[in-house]
Design a binder for this molecule. Structure first.
Ligand SMILES: *Cc1c(COP(=O)(O)O)cnc(C)c1O
Length: 234
């Protein structure tokens, strides 16, 4: 078994164990493999082990990999999630090549994604990125503005609003990790109580996925625990 296949198995076992402890059905938690900085070979290895949903942060890098993978393994049906910051002049290729976007934080970006989504594709699945820790430097919509943005996005014809995403400040202790995830879940429940049809809480990475699952994550975005440490110098 390859290292990536072994790591994937370990992550799935970890998800199942935490889910059971939290009295949740493990099948309600999806694993998104974050493949940024890793090449097509690593993605193929993961795909051969059954993983077909991948998250990417950098548009050009992602498009290059998608093209390489289409040639190398045309029969694998990948699901691509864009999870990085979005520049407004880069929305068209995102709308054309991805199935999900987790990092929508402004109405203007959502508007462009909806207008640019090709008619032959299903609606683009959207999560709103929320600045749950409230720092001025952080990306994401402020929690108090999330309802307005959610209503606007839910009304856009070629988007399907699925839920919320957050990247909290790193914290060591489990209680400190759980607090922002709980705040995101409460906001998610408030939006649902307002009639928004949401089913996705995208939260938790390699270092804090246990806390995120305990607080209700439905997608965990995991890179390092599957592919190893990233080398940005490459
Ligand atoms: C890189 C990244 C991840 C994965 O982080 P790991 O710590 O490697 O698991 C998840 N979400 C986002 C938005 C990222 O940029």
């Amino acid at each position: 078994m390859s290292t990536i296949a072994r790591n994937l198995q370990a992550v799935h076992e970890r998800i199942a164990a935490i889910a059971r402890r939290a009295q949740r059905d493990p099948h309600t938690i999806r694993l998104l493999a974050v493949s940024k900085t890793f090449g097509p070979d690593a993605i193929i290895e993961a795909a051969q082990a059954g993983q077909t949903a991948f998250g990417e942060n950098y548009l050009q890098e992602a498009l290059d990999k998608m093209a390489a993978l289409k040639l190398a393994c045309p029969d694998i049906l990948f699901e691509w999630h864009f999870i990085g910051p979005i520049q407004s002049n880069k929305t068209r290729p995102i709308a054309e090549h991805f199935d999900w976007v987790h990092s929508v934080e402004r109405e203007k970006i959502a508007q462009r994604l909806s207008e640019q989504r090709p008619a032959h594709l299903p609606p683009l699945n959207i999560c709103l990125q929320v600045n749950i820790s409230g720092e001025a430097s952080k990306s994401g919509v402020a929690p108090q503005d999330a309802l307005t943005l959610a209503r606007a996005v839910a009304a856009m014809p070629n988007l399907r609003l699925r839920g919320l995403m957050a990247i909290p400040e790193p914290a060591e202790e489990s209680d400190a990790q759980r607090l922002p995830f709980r705040q995101l879940r409460l906001l998610f429940e408030q939006l649902r109580a307002q009639g928004l049809d949401l089913d996705t809480l995208s939260m938790g990475m390699s270092a804090d996925m246990d806390a995120a699952i305990a607080e209700g994550a439905t997608i965990v975005r995991v890179g390092t625990a599957i592919f190893g440490h990233r080398d940005y110098a490459k």
